[in-house]
Write a new protein. Structure first.
Length: 397
């Protein structure tokens, strides 16, 4: 699990976002190709135009109609992947598709019935759920009625496809909307957590420094009044000021240390989010049992989890990761064991990286141990800290 400079990191800016418009040329190309794959049903109309079965005027009109249909479809569906059109524009574009599909299919033959597939997809992708419930069956019914005059067998075969693809797009649209809502909800939760942390910091600083600063101010004023006539008493007040200020400084340092200390429960929650975002299937315990675990030991395990997950995401190339938190009884007393195992390579380094070295030192200060190395199907890191009370540990020594 050492750092591999050749390992490919999948940064957030390299990931194509679901339900959002393209941010760069790469995302634009990916989304265009994704839409272009489903243009396979246009092969029949194109072959029909190239076959020479129609007059010159009909061929030109068919080509113009097909170009207008495809252009409208691409504009509607591609724009809907980012900022959607207004409902009025969506209905207008759907009406254009709803007119072109039956007109072209009824005048040029059954080879054009495939246009109704795109009309069904557009209805499922752009309309609200309730509206799509009747628009998609209506599309299938119109397609079948048009096909009765040219090729009933082909129309019957396409009917099920039109319905299935249309309702499948309803599900895809709902998934995209849910993804967008979850992304917004996650941002809101993060903002609320940050605001709550600011409020807690302000409250704690007020509690820590408010009394001390008030006392320093009062004693400074008192020392100033005593200085001309009672220098000895003024010197005592100055000594008191020094003592109060030193104690305030100690309190602030302890508070800052507490803010910097990671919590295992928070790290576990962040682990689930980080691994999922990186495309790694994760199994992470939800609510750890930290009864009797000293704060320093918990902090050391939290650092170990953070380092392990960082290496899994950045360097291992794994697609599965298992995180286990287990209370064990050993000959040296009870311990809390954190195990992180993935099915990746662990990087290509030949020795432990700086992260593992620093992590080992941090665990040793907390009375813990670290084991890390390759296993049969990947890489495994195990960190252990003692959960025995300090009195018991001292008596055992």
């Amino acid at each position: 699990m050492t750092e591999d400079p050749r390992a490919r990191e999948k940064r957030p800016e390299e990931q194509v976002r679901v339900g959002q418009g393209p941010r760069n040329r790469r995302e634009l190309v990916v989304k265009v190709l994704w839409i272009a794959v489903w243009l396979v049903f246009l092969s029949s109309p194109i072959q029909d135009l190239a076959s020479g079965h129609h007059t010159a005027n009909a061929t030109v009109a068919g080509a113009l109609g097909l170009a207008a249909f495809v252009g409208t479809y691409l504009v509607l569906v591609f724009r809907n992947m980012g900022r959607s059109f207004s409902p009025r524009i969506v209905v207008t574009l759907l009406a254009v598709l709803g007119v072109l599909a039956p007109v072209l299919a009824s005048t040029l033959g059954s080879a054009w019935l495939g246009l109704f597939v795109y009309l069904s997809v557009a209805c499922g992708a752009t309309l609200p759920i309730r509206a799509s419930y009747w628009a998609i069956p209506a599309t299938g019914a119109v397609m079948y009625l048009v096909g009765l005059h040219s090729n009933e067998k082909e129309a019957r075969g396409l009917l099920l496809l039109v319905l299935l693809i249309g309702f499948a797009m309803v599900g895809v649209g709902q998934l995209v909307r849910t993804t967008i809502e979850l992304r917004k909800a996650r941002a809101t939760v993060a903002q609320l957590a940050a605001n709550e942390e600011r409020l807690r910091l302000a409250r704690d600083l007020h509690d820590l420094l408010g009394h001390s600063l008030s006392l320093i101010t009062l004693k400074s004023e008192l020392a100033g009044r005593m200085l001309p006539d009672h220098p000895d008493k003024a010197a005592q007040q100055v000594a008191d000021i020094e003592q109060v200020s030193r104690q305030a400084l100690v309190d602030v340092r302890e508070a800052v240390t507490g803010y910097r200390r990671p919590r295992l429960a928070a790290e576990l929650a962040g682990t689930q989010v980080a691994l999922t975002a990186a495309g790694v299937v994760a199994e992470v315990p939800a609510e750890p049992d930290l009864t009797g675990v000293p704060e320093e030991a918990e902090s050391a395990l939290a650092w170990a989890l953070r380092e392990a997950v960082t290496n899994v995401v950045r360097h291992s190339g794994a697609d599965r990761c298992l995180v286990q938190l287990t209370h064990r009884q050993t000959l040296d007393g009870p311990v809390l064991e954190l195990a992180v195992e993935d099915n990746g390579s662990g990087g290509s380094g030949t020795g432990p990286g700086n992260g593992l070295t620093g992590l080992t030192e941090r665990l040793e200060k907390a009375g813990g141990t670290l084991e890390a190395g390759r296993v049969k199907h990947g890489f495994r890191l195990v960190a252990r800290v003692s959960t025995a009370p300090s009195a018991d540990v001292g008596s055992g020594a």
